[in-house]
Design a protein around this ligand. Structure first.
Ligand code: NAG
Ligand code: NAG
Ligand code: NAG
Ligand code: NAG
Length: 216
């Protein structure tokens, strides 16, 4: 379950709005530090996120709770999601349409602050946002760095989530090493073992899909 929650928070893909959005092509490293109340488990994760709004594809590469490499490819143009875990591939249909990753209109602007130490300062905009998706509600605070031209990127995110059954988690994530060109687009190509359709594990994907709407 760790990976699901992790990705849920990292991937705030928020519905399209006139407010600022990610540039159309982004590759970024995200570090997440989380705590799951049940079992008092804490975790630390590094993922690589690839986002291509023109091709409507998103890929996430990271490790799951037991140290296996996981790559999740969401190909909205082909309406397929591929989850490749240690060479095993699960393919499911992707029902929801692609949405650009943006700051949603429901986010509350909390003011700007300056990060740094006068040598290379960066002005960031702070927001708060409460979202709920299915049984899970998430309170979050995040920082956005504006870019010339009107786009923006995520700097960091703190989130606290819970459901009606008392499941609780929190996560802090930091986004770094942005690049606005994906040098190796093969990350979006599912390996050949993904060819055979296998629609098992639907529940997992429904959960993931549900979270994705709100996750960067
Ligand atoms: C990955 O898959 C290989 C071959 O299927 C298996 O031998 C190995 O134990 C798996 N590794 C993990 C970490 O599950
Ligand atoms: C989010 O929910 C919390 C707890 O209900 C509340 O204190 C806070 O004001 C809400 N924030 C926003 C931005 O709606
Ligand atoms: C981020 O970029 C720096 C400078 O290129 C590099 O040294 C560092 O390893 C990168 N960090 C990650 C987590 O990729
Ligand atoms: C893929 O589906 C199988 C069969 O339902 C399941 O055991 C496995 O955990 C799934 N793999 C992933 C990565 O979800």
């Amino acid at each position: 379950m760790h990976l699901i929650k992790f990705i849920a928070l990292i991937l705030i893909s928020l519905s399209y709005t006139k407010s600022c959005c990610f540039p159309n092509e982004v590759e970024v490293t995200a570090m997440g530090y989380g705590l799951i109340a049940q079992g008092k488990t804490n975790y630390q994760r590094q993922i690589q996120l690839y986002y291509d709004a023109d091709e409507e594809k998103i890929a996430i590469v990271g490790t799951n709770g037991i140290g296996q490499m996981v790559r999740i490819i969401s190909d909205y143009s082909a309406k397929k999601r591929y989850v490749i875990t240690n060479g095993t591939c699960n393919v499911t249909d992707l029902k929801e349409p692609f949405q650009k990753s943006c700051v949603p209109p429901s986010a509350v602007f909390m003011g700007s602050t300056v990060l740094g130490n006068t040598y290379d300062n960066m002005k960031v905009d702070n927001y708060r946002l409460n979202i709920s998706q299915g049984p899970v509600s998430i309170e979050s605070a995040f920082m956005i760095a504006p870019m010339k031209g009107g786009d923006c990127t995520m700097v960091g995110l703190v989130a606290f989530g819970k459901d009606q059954n008392g499941y609780q988690f929190s996560e802090t994530s930091i986004y770094m090493n942005f690049s606005f060109e994906i040098t190796d687009k093969s990350v979006f190509q599912p390996p050949k073992q993904c060819k055979e359709p296998e629609n098992s594990g639907t529940l997992l994907f429904e959960v993931l899909g549900g979270f994705r709407r709100y996750g960067f």
